[in-house]
Design a protein around this ligand. Structure first.
Ligand code: AMP
Length: 411
């Protein structure tokens, strides 16, 4: 494998890499950095945890230094778009680290906070602007930002942008950037709409890809506990009793459930916070900081809130509820076993989640070791699809009356 010195990065950038403690580039870095340094468009297939942030930030800093221009007011020389504020903030943090020995400036703009300081940062012009799409459009609409002079654009986690409904916003933003630009896109998966976006906005891109997160599922000790929904809270408390103080992320499907689970754990003496879309930016930042420093090592999160959380040393991931989409399970448990470490994952599986578990096992090509005897799978009610995991409707007792009468109940 190549080392950083052979990639063509300038000395101040290499110095920051050395100080970050990186010995050699990750596979996505080794492939993407030379392409970006040449100025070509790039489609990078890589997930969080592969080192993809440095794969685009390092060459961006290098190129902007080499250009040697200054950013005009309200403008940015390079734009990085991220789907969530957490990811945007983390990219900003990476830029800060890697640009330490350079004059390259950056700013981060996202929603949920007052626009004033962002407007002031933009007014001076910045070398690299990291933004979530909605807030950037606000600034553009208000005439506080301009993109016509921007010559480099990175779209990070494009598939997550799609999930969050940002594609129309992305198209508007890319149209506002002049055509004479380098465009780089990173995505973990390649759904049709992302392919189309790449076709529309990338020019003869080189595609580089790394196998999904160095197959972390192989390194994760995965277990499943079969438990009735009403017993899940109690099961979690028992499960967490010997884990006090260990860095743990617990996933729930809903914000409401995240709050309830965090509260329950706190009542049992755990230092836990919930993090989800209804929390204010300040609350989210505080929860994340406490998680990182270990002051509150338990984080209860929904999938969207957890996106972009990049913390090493997560020992345990608990799926309080299994996700509806099998890929999300792999994303969730990939929060542990990062950077070559091993990790553990436990799923609490209710009878009506058995089909979801089966889909997850099929996706991974391996089974999850049960901690207790699995009850026989529930029989699907008539008209329900056994494979879809849609067993959640409760059967109602037969009702007399206009709607209930005559309806056949499945045995
Ligand atoms: P990312 O995929 O960008 O979220 O990066 C995942 C983690 O890998 C981050 O904690 C980075 O600090 C770390 N990282 C990035 N590049 C390297 C490297 N070349 N060697 C070791 N760790 C790295």
């Amino acid at each position: 494998m190549s080392d950083f010195n052979s990639l063509g990065l300038a000395e101040p950038v290499l110095r920051a890499v050395t100080e970050a403690g990186y010995d050699q580039p990750t596979p996505i870095q080794a492939q993407a950095i030379p392409v970006m340094l040449k100025g070509g468009d790039l489609m990078g297939l890589a997930q969080t945890g592969t080192g993809k942030t440095a794969a685009f930030v390092l060459p961006l800093i290098d190129q902007l230094m080499a250009d040697g221009k200054r950013p005009p007011g309200r403008s940015c020389r390079a734009l990085v778009l991220a789907p969530t504020r957490e990811l945007a903030a983390q990219i900003g943090q990476s830029i800060k680290t890697y640009s330490e020995h350079t004059p390259i400036s950056h700013a981060v703009v996202f929603g949920g906070v007052k626009p004033g300081p962002q407007v002031r940062a933009l007014a001076r012009g910045v070398d690299i602007l990291v933004a979530t799409p909605g807030r950037l459009l606000d600034h553009l609409g208000a005439g506080k930002a301009r993109l016509d002079l921007t010559t480099r654009v990175v779209l990070d986690e494009a598939d997550q942008m799609l999930d969050l409904g940002f594609i129309p916003a992305i198209r508007r933003i890319l149209t506002a950037v002049g055509p004479d630009r380098q465009t780089v896109m990173f995505s973990a998966t390649m759904p049709k709409q992302i392919k189309k976006l790449a076709e529309d906005f990338l020019v003869s891109p080189k595609t580089v890809s790394v196998t999904p997160p160095s197959r972390p599922v192989e390194r994760i000790d995965q277990k499943v506990l079969f438990v009735d929904p009403v017993d899940k809270a109690k099961a979690l408390v028992d499960l967490m009793a010997p884990e006090a103080g260990k860095r743990t992320i617990i996933f729930t499907r809903t914000k409401h459930r995240a709050d309830r689970v965090a509260k329950k754990l706190v009542s049992y003496g755990h230092k836990a916070h919930a993090i989800h879309g209804n929390k204010s930016q300040g609350q989210r930042e505080r929860a994340l900081d406490a998680f990182k420093t270990g002051a509150a090592p338990v984080l209860v999160a929904t999938d969207i809130a957890a996106r972009g959380i990049d913390v090493d040393g997560v020992e345990l991931v608990v799926n309080f509820e299994l996700p509806n989409v099998a890929e999300s399970y792999v994303h969730r448990i990939g929060r542990t076993a990062r950077a070559g470490a091993s990790g553990r994952a436990v799923a609490l599986c209710a009878p009506d989640e058995r089909a979801l578990l089966a889909a997850i096992e099929k996706l991974m090509g391996r089974s999850v070791e049960p901690l207790n005897d699995a009850p026989p799978p529930p029989k699907p009610a008539k008209g329900e699809d056994a494979k879809s995991g849609q067993h959640r409707r409760r059967r109602r007792p037969r009702r007399k009356g206009p709607r209930g009468s005559g309806e056949k109940q499945a045995a």
